[in-house]
Design a protein around this ligand. Sequence first.
Ligand code: P6P
Length: 356
Amino acid sequence: MRGDTTKAPINKFTMLSEVTSQEIGDLKTLEQFIIERQEEHEHSTGSFSRLIRDLSVAAKIVNWHMRRGGINNIFGTTGEINVHGEVQQVMDLLAHKEFVRALRRGGECCLIGSEEHSEAIPIATNGDSDGDYIVLLDPLDGSSNIEVNVSVGTIFSIYRLPAGWGTPTVEAALQPGVKQIGAGYVVYGSSTILVYTTGHGVNGFTLDPSIGEFVLSHPNIRIPDDGKMYSINEGNYNSFEPGLRRYIKWMQTENSEQNLPLSTRYIGSFVADFHRNLLKGGLYMYPSTRNNRNGKLRLMYEANPLAFIAEQAGGGATDGHNRILEITPEKLHQRTPLYIGSKLMLDKAHSFLRGD
Ligand code: P6P
């Protein structure tokens, strides 16, 4: 009704078409949010804010390619095998190049570690690397799912170049997860959402294609202490350690008093499984298996960044025994078993793994 002053308040379910131009101003973009929060970093010069902006620009470009992949025939494999002996997807390489390009242009980053590149990549501008930050990333996790239209994601981890280090080398990147100054992921799903933390809580931003901006949609995310879903590839059941097999069987028992059985939800895309568990409660597990004795997930650019987010949201992450963020890294691409998500589910898993 014209002039109706009883309009419902804007919330995350409000369609943009229902929002007047004045109300659009109520939406907070990622860039506005970053600038608002800038003073959280001592000695903040704005360079960290620009780094997050650079990552978000690359995410928008990857999203643009992704949404047309089937039309532009950029799905499928490159015919190459990546550094880990895995078949490389066209989109893996494209995402890697877009993030390297954005970080190189932004000038805030001095070194990149990428799942798609065997060696760390120094980012020297005008002959000298003047960036303060090291970015480790999985440009496109779960990419084998792309051509069947299943959600995939980008994961990034940010460290400061240690003071007085000199020329950045891969050793400068090999810092334990507790030294991260930022971490995040982008999930390219039914919508494209960027979630990140700088150690002051976790916030999520949904890409609004009509204005080309990530808009704050999930402020101060907290993971439920308990959950009703667990994520694991049960095809590997027979190679799991006995305590884990007992834990899985416990979750499958019929016991209404203990709200059992739980449900299993396993997308085969870590970022998608993690994002659902972060919002709804749950536990993702990728333990040691016959084909991956040290687990499959990489410590530096998969486990550490999402462990930082999980802990900042009130959850946790371990290798089944030790806190992920305290593992001292030895190699850029090293793997680790991973248990990550709701605190009470993680505690229960540890109890079974200890044989309590
Ligand atoms: P599996 C994708 O390759 C990935 O790294 C994660 O995103 C995913 O959770 C896992 O591997 C799936 O591995 O062995 O269960 O197919």
